[in-house]
Design a protein around this ligand. Structure first.
Ligand code: ZN
Length: 469
């Protein structure tokens, strides 16, 4: 890349363009076009997530895009939280619609009236569905491709339960699935229970998956919400229990957006471009013939044969037989994050050998018949190194502060997550934001430490603060 990653914001803009992720020239603000390479990566992310959800009792579904105004406005906090960002359909042709229709900013208000029809008895529970769709928000803040936009590609899961305990357990399962998902992407996350003032509108509590970006800011890349019975009361979702008594249900919802793609690019990328774990690389190994003049046909035939063998064993493979220099090919695929290239030249052909080179520079000459196992092993090892490196970076950026001045200095120095004490008061959170330069992100999942409030000195709990995107 022309711009080094140390200049993150500019580097990011260059990379998403130069590495064929998105094209931002489309004429609607906040709606980038996904280029085929970028969309392939994103679909690999989401198909893995869909698989994880399908195999844990969630059924994939599709609900409509539009929601009538009265139906949307039923849950007061929810509408308050989203109201200002909703895009509306007001006309059909020239004619003004009698009922305005909202473009879903999220799907609670679309799904839950249907859940009210579907859930009748305890035998209908738990109900667990998910869908991968776009949601729409009329963002007025500056948009950034794959980070903040008006069209958000995401997967949202919604569940309904008979008891509060089942609901609570589902929150844990949802969080567990998401942790596995980010592990698969080799992205370390902070799983934080958000403070009440930053809870999803209408939820009892929210847990967020925060990713540390290279500029020290954090990106909320996934959320899991316990909705309790707030929505079910409004949308009248009830069931008859074993004794025929009508009972209220308890609900959860969780979502992961295209921010998983920006996280991937940001966390793993380097000065050469993007870096992909093999799990979501559209091409895992690119086979490059290396010939100068003679013997071209024999080498090409060998390249294709090797690619076929690898593909048959589940390696996503491509032969790059374009008429350009091998060096240009390596550069092209490296910058797009392909985890490995396989070189075959005249000497390799004669010796029945292949040269395997990983994106991070591990090089091995291997026997042709060992190609499959070596490729799998080297990809797996590289993925592990990627995770280790990213985890170390996160660990190095977890610090703590005792005073607002100290917090401010740490934030100005390199950002990251800073542990502070907080008394639970929103006005102290505001003070932390104004004087410390960081927002309260929440308490670590499953941990409850005491901590004196950094703003007022009262007894409180230890929370992580950071500057978020
Ligand atoms: Zn306080």
């Amino acid at each position: 890349m022309k711009i080094p990653k140390s200049n993150f914001s500019e580097w990011y803009n260059e990379v998403i363009d130069a590495c064929d992720i998105v094209d931002i020239r489309y004429q609607v603000k906040g709606m980038p076009v996904y280029k085929p390479w970028g969309f392939k990566i994103m679909r690999l992310c989401f198909s893995q997530l869909e698989g994880m959800l399908n195999s844990t009792g969630h059924d994939q579904t599709y609900f409509p895009l539009l929601v009538p105004e009265d139906q949307f406005g039923k849950e007061a906090e929810h509408i308050k939280g989203f109201g200002g960002d909703v895009l509306w359909v007001t006309h059909g042709g020239e004619e003004k619609l009698e009922r305005k229709l909202a473009l879903r900013p999220t799907s609670e208000t679309i799904m839950y009236p249907m859940f009210s029809l579907w859930v009748r008895s305890h035998a209908d529970l738990p109900l667990r569905v998910h869908q991968t769709v776009c949601v729409y928000r009329h963002e007025t803040k500056a948009t950034k491709p794959l980070i903040r936009g008006r069209e958000v590609y995401w997967n949202e899961a919604h569940t309904v339960h008979a008891t509060e305990e089942d609901c609570e357990q589902q929150v844990c399962q949802g969080a567990h699935i998401y942790k596995q998902f980010f592990d698969m992407l080799a992205i370390p996350v902070m799983i934080l229970k958000r403070p009440p003032h930053d809870t999803f509108p209408g939820a009892v509590y929210s847990m967020a998956f925060d990713v540390l970006m290279p500029d020290g800011k954090t990106l909320q890349a996934g959320t899991v919400h316990n909705l309790g019975s707030k929505f079910s009361k409004v949308y009248d979702i009830t069931y008859s229990d074993v004794h025929g008594q009508m009972k209220e249900v308890f609900q959860t919802c969780y979502g992961i957006s295209m921010r998983c793609l920006s996280s991937l690019i940001a966390v793993h990328g380097d000065d050469k471009g993007i870096v992909l774990p093999s799990t979501v690389a559209p091409i895992q190994a690119v086979v490059v013939p290396v010939f100068f003049g003679e013997g071209k046909e024999a080498i090409l035939t060998k390249c294709k044969a090797v690619a076929d063998i690898l593909a048959a064993k589940g390696v996503r493979t491509r032969v790059d037989d374009r008429d350009i220099r091998p060096g240009e090919k390596y550069y092209h695929w490296e910058s797009r994050g392909v985890p490995m290239h396989v070189e075959i030249g005249p000497r390799d052909l004669a010796a029945k050998k292949l040269v395997l080179v990983t994106r991070d520079g591990e090089k091995k000459v291997v026997e042709e018949e060992k190609a499959v196992e070596e490729v799998h092993a080297m990809l797996k090892a590289q993925d592990a190194r990627l995770f280790e490196k990213a985890t170390k970076h996160l660990q190095d950026n977890l610090r703590s502060a005792k005073t607002l001045k100290e917090l401010k200095e740490l934030m100005a120095e390199k950002g990251g997550f800073v542990k502070i004490g907080w008394c639970d008061e929103e006005k102290c959170a505001e003070k932390v934001e104004v004087e410390g330069g960081a927002a309260i992100m929440g308490t670590e999942h499953g941990k409850m430490e005491k901590g004196k409030c950094i703003a007022c000195g009262k007894a409180g709990t230890a929370v992580w603060a950071a500057k978020a995107y």
